[in-house]
Design a protein around this ligand. Structure first.
Ligand code: SF4
Ligand code: SF4
Length: 445
């Protein structure tokens, strides 16, 4: 019987990690469908930014209550999963609380007690988040764009985390009683202050016999183990992918000043040529000089850069960007959160197409128009409020900007007002419809 349990454990372990590795590989492959972008400069600053923003969650604490609760849940959940190491060793070798032999009894007691306190904080955090998300009416968490799967996903994650923590306490409580009774191999190991105050008294009220308690302890242990594997594999389908991808996203964040747009070198070169009377327009480009890209701007996910696609997978769907977006606040169709959600949806669709056909087969769809409309794109004021508000330094504006660039430079499809303004700049060197000679008319008299 013991051997069967070990075999089942190993099969689940290999399958769980194997599927997880497969999902990560799929994400990596999809991100690499985008254009390459050089963001390996200023490494020291990048490490500092990632440590401060992704690990230290520095931008979350701008809203202190939600920020601190988020830190409870995040840090608590990650540290508690160190226990997975113990579960894996115990599962493979049939040991019980393996880490006690590594740490020694005293240190192990501190370790288990700390985990219990963290688990309690996680429970407090997820319960309050659940209430806030579903009953408190925070506008950005209850917008129409979240109806359906995004809202269900957010709730499921909280429910799964709650269930995992409860399994953790159930396991510890039954273990504690079995240790006290000297049952079988349950040696006196660890310290469980939260369990002792909560579930242990409850179990004792019912006077469960040791065999039954052993069954509860094993069931909770297996539930905890299978639950962690499930959670890991669920991430791929969830906005909670950000617990992993927030790290690369902050590392590859745009460190330039907000508002500095990426001029195309090839266009700058053309303009310089136009302004230089001695330039030879037919001269071959010098080594390292920018070539004109095959396409200006972005029409589909293939035209976005790899950091933009990474951003789409990293979005937490928190809506802090949308809550500060002046276009959205004033009733326009634009929501920067939705720009990233739609980009991810399209990228996933492209990924499924590749899975099915071995390579991408034209499906007659594009990110532009089929997912993101011109109306949304032209509603953006390029104010950068969204990038400033994002807790993980994502940049929905850059996607909007690239798609507008496509509309203007490839399709000449800018709105009428803009076309007029651009024609004026071209002809009059000013955005207004006046002749250059009339510029000083305003000063007459
Ligand atoms: S840059 Fe555009 S999308 Fe972002 S907040 Fe401003 S208007 Fe909204
Ligand atoms: S882009 Fe940033 S602020 Fe906006 S929903 Fe995603 S994570 Fe939140």
């Amino acid at each position: 019987m013991q051997y069967i349990a070990h075999i089942i454990f190993l099969i689940l372990l290999v399958a769980g990690f194997g599927l997880f590795a497969k999902s990560l590989h799929k994400i990596y492959r999809n991100i690499r469908l985008g254009r390459e972008i050089k963001r390996n400069d200023r490494k020291g600053e990048r490490w500092e930014t990632m440590t401060r923003v992704a690990l230290g969650q520095s931008k979350m604490t701008k809203r202190p209550v939600a920020g601190i609760l988020h830190i409870f849940v995040y840090v608590g959940f990650i540290i508690i999963n160190i226990e997975l190491i113990e579960i894996i060793v115990d599962g493979i070798f049939g040991t019980h609380r393996f880490l006690a032999t590594v740490f020694g009894n005293t240190l192990y007691s501190y370790f288990t007690a700390t985990l219990e306190v963290l688990a309690l904080l996680v429970i407090v955090g997820v319960v309050l988040f659940f209430i806030r998300r579903n009953f408190y009416g925070v506008k950005r968490l209850n917008m129409k764009e979240l109806f359906g799967w995004p809202k269900e996903d957010a709730n499921w994650i909280l429910i799964i985390e709650f269930a995992l923590m409860m399994a953790f306490f159930t396991m510890n409580s039954s273990d504690f009683i079995l240790q006290a009774r000297g049952y079988s191999h349950f040696a006196h190991l660890g310290s469980f202050p939260v369990s002792q105050m909560t579930l242990v008294p409850l179990f004792e009220v019912f006077s469960f016999d040791s065999g039954f308690l052993f069954g509860i302890e094993r069931a909770a242990w297996w539930f905890h183990f299978v639950g962690i594997l499930f959670f890991m594999n669920y991430l791929y389908y969830s906005k909670h992918l950000h617990i992993i991808l927030a790290f690369p996203s902050t590392w590859y964040a745009n460190l330039e000043k907000k508002g500095k747009f990426n001029n195309l070198d090839s266009v700058t070169k053309e303009i310089k040529l136009m302004m230089d009377p001695n330039a030879d327009p037919y001269a071959a480009p010098a080594e390292g000089e920018a070539e004109a890209p095959a396409k200006f701007g972005a029409e589909d996910v293939f035209d976005l850069n790899q950091v933009q696609l990474l951003n789409a997978y990293s979005c937490t769907e928190c809506g802090r960007c949308t809550a500060v977006c002046p276009a959205n606040i004033t009733g326009k169709k634009l929501s920067p959160r939705l720009i990233l959600m739609k980009t991810r949806d399209r990228l996933e669709e492209v990924g499924r197409n590749i899975d099915k056909n071995g390579k991408f087969e034209d499906d007659g769809k594009k990110l532009l128009n089929d997912y993101i409309t011109k109306e949304e794109l032209w509603a953006c004021t390029t104010c950068n409020a969204c990038t400033e508000a994002c807790p993980v330094l994502l940049d929905p504006l850059s996607i909007i900007f690239e798609m507008r660039r496509f509309l203007v430079m490839e399709q000449s499809a800018a709105p009428q007002e803009l076309n007029l303004m651009m024609t004026n700049v071209e002809n009059n060197a000013a955005p207004w419809q006046y002749n250059q000679a009339d510029r000083l008319n305003w000063a007459k008299d």
